[in-house]
Design a protein around this ligand. Structure first.
Ligand code: COA
Length: 260
């Protein structure tokens, strides 16, 4: 697929996906939603790719949904309106559910759905000074489809404050509430992202996908309700070729096959 709103760089085991609409601060319209979903889906099924880095070209990571596009919904039929909103929800789920770990490289601003992309990713790292915010209420709308991912990351207490005020906040606060994993000077952002990528490349590719699924299944549930599932996962994985190779490599004091 020709990409109009994104740039894709394949760099060995790392896929770098860039939102590329800098003149609009990478605000996403229907085309960007379609391209991003398809690209992340394709990266999920490409064996060569083991880590995805999601970034934004220009001064800002992402200014959220394109407000021209959102505003146009008033002229849609109810079915069209629901279909577009579903496509947006599917985008965040594709990020969240990707079998490949997603490191978000965040600078400038991540507002509304931009903060949603951050929340749905696995390891977001932000430059100091980046503006975050769930500004939707200030526009008379709500951070609806991103809410499961955001509340999962920052909890109900911070969500009550930030969803209701719509206030903007900075990267240090985003790190304190768990929206991002680290806030670093802009000049150190690429090195910090690369550090996360290198750590992820030490992990078994199947184990990483299984660990993501494990978190999704276990979070917020009672131990008794997930125990059978957790028992099955460790049983399957320790007998799997990757699990056998990883443990054998440790015992033989060598690197496992997936570490170069
Ligand atoms: N949708 C559509 N267009 C947007 C946009 C959005 N979410 N965010 C920014 N743009 C456009 C601006 O309208 C402007 O267009 P113009 O050049 O035709 O006037 C262009 O992008 C640059 O924006 P500008 O505000 O001049 O850039 P900046 O670097 O000073 O500030 C932001 C960047 C992201 C901090 C600022 O644009 C902003 O606050 N945007 C609103 C974000 C928001 O509330 N999103 C929530 C959506 S639910």
């Amino acid at each position: 697929m020709e990409l109009e709103r994104l740039q894709l760089e394949l760099d060995g085991p790392v896929a770098r996906v860039w939102l590329n609409r800098p003149e609009n601060r990478n605000a996403f319209d229907g085309l960007m939603v379609t391209e991003l979903r398809k690209t992340l889906f394709d990266m999920g099924s490409l064996d060569q790719v083991r880590v995805v880095v999601l970034g934004g070209r220009g001064p800002s990571f992402c200014a959220g949904a394109d407000l021209q596009w959102m505003k146009a919904a008033a002229g849609f039929t109810r079915e069209e309106n629901l279909r577009e909103a579903q496509a947006l929800a599917d985008l965040f789920f594709t990020v969240y559910n990707s079998p490949k770990p997603i490191v978000a490289r965040v600078q400038g601003a991540a507002l509304g759905g931009g903060s949603g992309l951050v929340a749905a990713s696995d390891i977001p790292i932000a430059a100091l000074g980046t503006q975050f915010g769930f500004t939707e209420v200030r526009l008379g709308i709500v951070p609806a489809v991103i809410s499961p991912y955001v509340i999962g990351k920052i909890g109900e207490s911070a969500a009550r404050e930030l969803f209701l005020t719509g206030e903007r906040f900075e990267a240090v606060r985003a790190a304190e509430i768990g929206l991002v994993r680290a806030a670093v000077p802009l000049e150190d952002l690429d090195a910090a992202v690369e550090g996360r990528v290198q750590e992820l490349l030490q992990s078994g590719p199947r184990a990483v996908a299984e660990a993501k699924a494990l978190i999704r299944e276990v979070a917020w549930r009672r131990v008794e309700d997930v125990q059978r599932y957790t028992v099955e996962r460790i049983s399957d994985l320790r007998a799997s070729p990757e699990g056998q190779e990883g443990m054998r490599a440790f015992l033989e004091k060598r690197k496992p096959s997936w570490v170069r």
